[in-house]
Design a protein. Structure first.
Length: 254
């Protein structure tokens, strides 16, 4: 059995999922981030698996998603995508601190995982927070600068020119969250990628390029990075990949 509690931390709406009867127990904790246009409830299947394996699971709503979504259409928020990612990363530290102050999060056993935008957020958190012990990125990208440049290239030239200053500022800001530009920050921590080769939304190539980069320039900092490739896989995550996420967390957090 599991327990699900909805809690608010400042602007951040969360679900906290725990094994029943251990709601106030210090537990290894996994933070789970959802994808673009989704909400924290989208990740409840994985949270269920993780809680039954003995983890506390924290599922935050990203800005403009779930309980934080106002009247905006997502089509109106496309230029907010990277600001949403960076804000989720910035909110991670205070969220951990609040739960740790309550004696609920073991600071030596913190993991992060996410899907699509949540996978991008996972990698960015690892780039920014050395206290995270393990990560699993599913159909995301560890190269936000390169991915954002690719996204920009898909826009009409007139749009690129109109928003040139905003684009350049965003690219400069993203460098701090980019594992390809800061691979040494992994510091030997385990990070697993799951990605399909035919993903049209977040191209597999960025994950593959990162793996090639760290393989050609192998250091102890990146020695625990692994990849599961799904041949012809689209922009979706299989149940098997979710179960593998639980196994990975058990291997490195329990």
């Amino acid at each position: 059995m599991i327990s699900i509690e909805e809690r608010q931390f400042g602007a951040v709406s969360t679900l906290i999922v725990t094994p029943s009867g251990q709601e106030q127990t210090l537990l290894p904790t996994v933070f789970v981030y959802h994808g673009w246009t989704h909400r924290k409830e989208s990740e409840l299947m994985l949270a269920n698996f993780l809680a039954k394996a003995g983890f506390r699971v924290v599922l935050p709503d990203a800005k403009y998603h779930g309980k934080r979504h106002g009247s905006q259409m997502f089509s109106e928020l496309m230029f907010e995508f990277w600001q949403i990612v960076m804000q989720s990363v910035d909110e991670f530290g205070p969220l951990v601190a609040a739960l740790q102050a309550e004696g609920l999060v073991d600071p030596e056993r913190i993991g992060v995982t996410g899907t699509s935008m949540g996978g991008i957020t996972t990698d960015a958190i690892l780039a920014r927070y050395p206290n995270v012990k393990v990560g699993v990125d599913k159909i995301g990208s560890p190269m936000p600068v390169a991915f954002a440049k690719w996204q920009t290239s898909q826009l009409p030239q007139s749009i690129q020119e109109r928003y040139q200053d905003q684009i350049e500022t965003t690219l400069a800001d993203l460098a701090e969250y980019d594992l390809a530009l800061n691979a040494e920050r992994l510091a030997g921590r385990p990070l697993h990628f799951y990605h399909g080769t035919a993903d049209p939304m977040v191209p597999y190539q960025f994950t593959a390029d990162f793996i090639t980069q760290i393989t050609e320039d192998e250091t102890p900092a990146t020695s625990q990075v692994t990849l599961t490739t799904e041949n012809n896989g689209q922009h979706k995550v299989s149940d098997e990949a979710q179960l593998d996420t639980v196994t990975f967390m058990q291997a490195h957090l329990k």
